[in-house]
Design a protein around this ligand. Structure first.
Ligand code: GLY
Ligand code: MN
Ligand code: MN
Length: 548
């Protein structure tokens, strides 16, 4: 028995495979088709699943699929690759535009880590070709025949992993020869990916190649702006040649060298993120339906906490109520680590420790979102632990509320992220000046240090172009004021941190506040907090009474 326990413990890998997709295979086929239509001629896009990340020793974090990969496939398992070709490819079965590579069935590993799917099962998910990952090596041998191979930057936390095989009743630990690490190594070799690759230098070289005598000044300005992002590139001989004054013929020489330096490279790391940002910033109907559910679940969490909240609770207890509600509705995860910060902790923007054991009469900032079939909400409410805002809390709260309200009202198709931010900033600044907390508008940045809005979707900070709003975008509107201790204002304002965050669907007619179900004005919050909680009788024994 002891050995059996040891055996189990040694093999305790924790990767459940995340939540499967709820959307149809046609949904994903359409997404892949839209991507393919935007690929350049004679190109292939190559996307990898996310790495399995290690927590400690032989325990991994619960697996979470790469959102771009999931967006195009609905596929939630690791060690997989997707290839999408611009032009038809041919094999013995006929013609195809796409192929997904997945782990082979493995009875023994499946016993430990969960079910893998057979190729035929996966094919039913709508892929034209499905192959075992071992075939990736052979299929990537011809990558130089494409004009462009589109890819994302490589993640730098991919481990070469081991697996177990069972031979005649004995278990052997072996290197997994086709894990993500090997798939990427194979791919890097196939595209001659330089070991010393520097993305910005590559971008600068590609830009240099665009220069001619008519646009020389403009292109030089662009290269200068690239240098501003990595000053070490100033030492690069080719870039120096290109920028040398007077320009004379240096740039021609630089172009010649650039073309030579890039001669073996047909890969591109800019285009794929750009196409996917374009696609993902506008949601389709079925994505919006899932987002609405994720937000609705998060709203119930906020409501239940408002009813249950009282001084003496711990931040973790509050977090637990939200997250219990999420699980109760079948959400597999949180879209990001939950933030529950009381008092001074509410002033820390990315406070995820949630370790205050005893909340007093403070404001509690709660920024949480359920992840439902991949799609995540992002909702924040800030409430007084004792159910009543103090005059100082209320004064600051009202400024944040007014700022948010104005931005929500102004949001519509055609308005820009920038103008909404400016609108919200000006209201916060005016309010802080009126309260004597700051003297001029520019100082408000100190107390409102973050942006106003971002897209939500498969990522809590979903990709997009962040220009003008379009119909069927789903964005947050989330102004805040945070006044930590020792700020240069009257100490009565110290340790107050407030954010109000709602998830807003942009429609052709206007907007829909998806998180409107939980009050965000101070009166509505105080009223809801008077309601009785279903948790009032959920009384557990004191831990001291349970241990000797
Ligand atoms: N919860 C992260 C954010 O509000 O952006
Ligand atoms: Mn948030
Ligand atoms: Mn947010």
């Amino acid at each position: 028995m002891k050995n059996l326990i040891l055996f189990s413990v040694l093999l305790l890998f924790f990767f459940g495979f995340g939540q499967n997709s709820k959307l149809s295979s046609e949904h994903y086929q359409n997404k892949r088709k839209t991507l393919r239509e935007q690929l350049p001629e004679n190109s292939v896009a190559v996307l990898f699943s996310a790495p399995i990340r290690n927590r400690a020793n032989d325990v991994d974090y619960v697996y979470h699929q790469d959102p771009h990969f999931f967006y195009l496939t609905g596929w939630h398992q690791p060690h997989s690759v997707l290839m999408i070709y611009k032009n038809l490819q041919k094999d013995t079965e006929g013609l195809y535009y796409e192929k997904i590579y997945v782990p082979e069935r493995d009875q023994y590993m499946e016993m430990w880590n969960g079910k893998r799917y057979g190729l035929n099962q996966i094919k039913q998910l709508g892929f034209e070709r499905v192959a075992e990952r071992v075939d990736f090596k052979t299929d990537t041998q011809n990558l130089e025949q494409f004009d462009t191979v589109l890819l994302f930057e490589f993640k730098n936390d991919i481990r070469n992993q081991t697996m177990y095989v069972l031979k005649e009743g004995t278990r052997y630990k072996v290197n997994d020869p086709n894990d993500l690490f090997d798939l990427k190594t194979t791919f890097r070799e196939a595209i001659n990916f330089p070991n010393d690759f520097n993305r910005l230098r590559h971008e600068a070289y590609q830009t240099i190649l665009q220069a001619d005598s008519d646009n020389l000044d403009d292109v030089r300005n662009i290269v200068q702006s690239i240098l501003a992002r990595d000053s070490l590139l100033m030492e690069d001989e080719i870039i120096k040649d290109f920028l040398r004054e007077p320009a004379q013929n240096f740039y021609v020489e630089a172009q010649r060298k650039t073309a030579f330096a890039l001669r073996d490279h047909n890969f591109d790391m800019e285009l794929l993120p750009a196409i996917l940002a374009d696609m993902r910033e506008v949601k389709s109907k079925n994505e919006i339906d899932l987002l609405k559910k994720a937000v609705a679940i998060s709203v119930v969490g906020q409501i239940e906490v408002m009813k249950a909240m009282h001084p003496g609770m711990s931040e973790r207890e509050v977090q637990g109520i939200h997250e219990f509600v999420y699980r109760k509705y079948g959400a597999a995860d949180e879209g990001y680590p939950s933030i529950v910060g009381a008092g001074e902790n509410g002033c820390v923007l990315h406070y995820i420790e949630n370790e205050e054991e005893h909340i007093t009469n403070q404001l509690v900032l709660m920024d949480l979102g359920a992840e439902f079939y991949g799609y995540t909400a992002d909702v924040t409410r800030t409430i007084p632990a004792n159910g009543i805002f103090s005059p100082e809390q209320k004064a600051l709260y009202q400024i944040v509320y007014d700022s948010q309200e104005a931005a929500i009202r102004a949001a519509q198709v055609g308005s820009s992220f920038r103008e909404l931010y400016q609108l919200s900033y000006d209201i916060v600044a005016r309010g802080l000046i009126d309260l004597g907390i700051i003297a001029e508008s520019s100082e408000a940045r100190k107390y409102y240090p973050h942006g106003l809005s971002h897209h939500i979707g498969l990522d809590v900070h979903d990709p997009g172009n962040y220009g003008d709003l379009k119909a069927n975008m789903v964005i947050t509107i989330e102004p805040g004021i945070y006044i930590p201790e020792n700020s240069t204002c009257d100490p009565k304002w110290w340790n107050i941190g407030i954010r109000i965050e709602d998830d807003i669907l942009i429609t052709a007619e206007g907007t829909e506040n998806l998180s409107a179900g939980v009050p965000r004005d101070w009166k509505g919050i105080e009223k809801l907090m008077q309601q009785e909680s279903v948790l009032k009788d959920f009384i557990l024994p004191e831990i001291e009474t349970l241990v000797q």
